[in-house]
Design a binder for this molecule. Structure first.
Ligand code: ATP
Ligand code: MG
Length: 199
């Protein structure tokens, strides 16, 4: 064996023992809280990817979209045919252009009622709260209400929270936090959001 091969084999052996140790240490089983935050692209896409993954095993999934429709969404179009998926979308009120505090709060509270029901249902394996971080930021929903529902949820249920500037308390209580870092975004170079890619 060449020196290079020997070094490679040693490195692989070390890596394997490292991974084996981590696998052996991961013994707890329960639902998780995941937060996908940061300014870069990919938060909602990653959430829908996980939804697809869970549906693939036949689990029940609830997706709550906290910004009026975040407009079109290709994943929703495709996956909504799955009887195991429930989607609740903020019906009226909040969009980026109509900032009417009272109407927005009402719209938020209405869709939050769906979220609360999903967060209390032990048959629901995964709940996505898409763009909910903005509801906290604008004061349409309070953090205590959200953390209470998260803490009281069924132990096997996983929740994904997406949106920029995630509240510190959410980051602290989450099991997995990913910050999407923007290195570059096409939009800032005058490129339009693309159907089937950006939404
Ligand atoms: P995506 O839905 O593509 O996963 P996201 O959820 O991470 O994006 P949001 O802040 O929710 O990002 O943005 C919603 C829309 O804005 C999407 O069409 C997305 O592609 C686009 N977008 C995401 N990040 C940026 C950015 N840094 N600058 C401009 N547009 C962005
Ligand atoms: Mg998003």
């Amino acid at each position: 064996m060449s020196d290079r091969d020997t070094r490679h084999q040693q490195a692989m052996r070390k890596l394997k023992s490292h991974v084996d140790e981590k696998v052996a240490n991961a013994t707890e089983q329960r639902g998780l809280l995941l937060v996908f935050t940061g300014n870069g692209k990919g938060k909602t896409t990653a959430a829908w990817g996980t939804v697809t993954r869970a549906l693939g095993y036949g689990y029940k999934v609830g997706v709550v979209q906290f910004i009026k429709g975040l407009w079109e969404c290709g994943e929703r179009e495709r996956l909504v045919e799955d009887a195991n998926l429930e989607v609740a979308i903020m019906a009226t009120g909040f969009t980026w252009d109509t900032q009417n505090r009272e109407a927005d709060t009402q719209a938020c509270q209405a869709v939050w009622a769906d979220a609360e029901r999903l967060l209390a249902d032990p048959d629901v394996y995964l709940v996505v709260l898409d763009e909910i971080t903005y509801m906290l930021k604008f004061g349409y929903l309070d953090i205590a209400t959200l953390t209470r529902a998260l803490n009281n949820r069924p132990s096997e249920q996983t929740v994904i929270i997406t949106g920029r500037n995630a509240h510190r308390e959410l980051v602290e209580m989450a099991d997995t936090v990913t910050e999407m870092q923007e290195v570059r975004h096409a939009f800032n170079n005058g490129l339009q959001a693309r159907r089937g890619i950006d939404f």
